[in-house]
Every structure is written in C-alpha cells, then in structure tokens.
Design a protein around this ligand. Structure first.
Ligand SMILES: Cc1cc2nc3c(=O)[nH]c(=O)nc-3n(C[C@H](O)[C@H](O)[C@H](O)COP(=O)(O)O)c2cc1C
Length: 206
C-alpha cells in the first residue's frame, strides 16, 4: 500500500499516468480572441457523456501558475476542436506540446493543412481519424487541474475507418495514445486473440 498523502505531485502524476493507460490523445485546436490559432495535445481526456455528447479534458496550469493557451482560449471563446489522430502523426503531436508564446501559431509552424469547421470558428486539422467540433459547457477547478467539459456540436470521422452500419472497424485504425509520459499505439492489441481468450474465460462471445 502507498500512503498517497505523502506523495509529491510528480509522484502522483507518475503513478496515475502509468497505471491509467493507455489513454487516448485529444489534439485540441482553439483560437484566441485576437485570432491566434493554437494546437496542443492532452491525454487526461475521456468521454464524459454520450447524451448529450460531452468530452472532458483535464488541463494543468503552467509551471508559473498561468493557464495554458488552450484553456485561456477555450474560456475566452467557448469553442474548441478535438482531433483523434493516427500514430503516424507522433512527431507533429509531440512538437505541438512544446511550450510557446500565446502568439505562436502551431498550425503555421508545422504547415498543417486545415479546413474551416462547420459550426465553430476554430480551424480543423485535415486527415484525422476523427474530428469533434465542441462548445464549452463548463470549466471546473478540480484541485491542480481545470476540467474542461466540451459538448460536441459536429463530428466527422474519416471514411477509411467506417464500415457497415456506420461502425468503426477497430482493426482499421491506429490511434495515437499515451502511456505514462511516452506514446503508444493503442491498436497494437491483437483483437481476435483477445476476443478468443475472453471467450474461453466467459464462454460467451458477443
Ligand atoms: C501526448 C501528450 C499529452 C499531454 N496531455 C496533457 C494533459 O492531459 N493535460 C495537460 O495539462 N497537459 C498535457 N500535455 C502537455 C501540453 O500539451 C503542453 O503543456 C502544451 O504546451 C500546452 O499547450 P498550450 O499552452 O498551447 O495549450 C500533454 C503533452 C503530450 C505530448
């Protein structure tokens, strides 16, 4: 047993980020009130609700206590776009995690092709597995992190990963994930094998 009250914050982070894994990565675009575009990855990210469709991202402050650009933008404009990306984009995702001035445009830096969103006034990065245009529902301070609850108002999913009955084929996608402080390919699991093992355990395969 670990006496968690005695853990340093970095130790808490290490424990949780390696144990609660792999995590999906939300690659979040946002825009400041003066029109500066921003892009950054977040892995403290999950589905908060399916009806309505709400996503949740936990954003920690910068080391100096000021809010990260994504949080500042979302609080100012109430809009963001969450992208789910393929493992091939690992270098671009890592680059957009680097701390930069609020005036720095990560999309321009990487020459990322973008298109206009349908509903929100935030750029959409092209060629992603999924794109969720969101409006802010609320932010909630939860100790060190600030939770961002974002309602999906428009979604597009790449045709490559669509199959019959509009369901995504798990074998067809290789979403980039996070384990601890490193990246992971969340599709490396041998799904048929895992399913066979589950069948042996439960006697039922759905
Ligand atoms: C894969 C990955 C996941 C990350 N997840 C988070 C996260 O969940 N919360 C957070 O506050 N920072 C996270 N970061 C760090 C931010 O991306 C980083 O602080 C970034 O500079 C924030 O950019 P911004 O100031 O433009 O919002 C993550 C970094 C990487 C590489």
């Amino acid at each position: 047993m670990i006496a968690i009250d005695h853990l340093e914050r970095s130790e808490r982070f290490t424990m949780l980020s390696w144990a609660v894994a792999p995590r999906p990565i939300a690659w979040v675009s946002s825009m400041s009130l003066d029109g500066t575009r921003n892009l950054a990855p977040f892995s403290f990210f999950t589905i908060a609700s399916t009806d309505p469709l709400v996503l949740m991202i936990a954003i920690e402050p910068r080391a100096d206590g000021t809010p990260k650009d994504t949080l500042a933008n979302v609080m100012a404009t109430g809009q963001l776009v969450v992208h789910i990306v393929d493992v091939d984009r690992i270098a671009e995702v890592a680059r957009t995690a680097e701390e930069s001035e609020a005036t720095f445009d990560e999309l321009a830096d990487l020459s990322l092709p973008t298109t206009d969103a349908h509903v929100v006034d935030v750029p959409v990065v092209d060629d992603c597995i999924a794109v969720f245009e969101c409006v802010l529902v609320e932010t909630r301070r939860m100790g060190y992190e600030t939770l961002v609850f974002a309602r999906v108002v428009a979604a597009r999913v790449d045709e490559r990963v669509m199959a019959v009955r509009d369901r995504i084929t798990p074998e067809a996608i290789r979403p980039l994930g996070r384990i601890g402080s490193t990246f992971t390919d969340s599709a490396r699991i041998d799904l048929p094998q895992v399913r066979r093992r589950a069948q042996r355990c439960t006697g039922a395969l759905r």
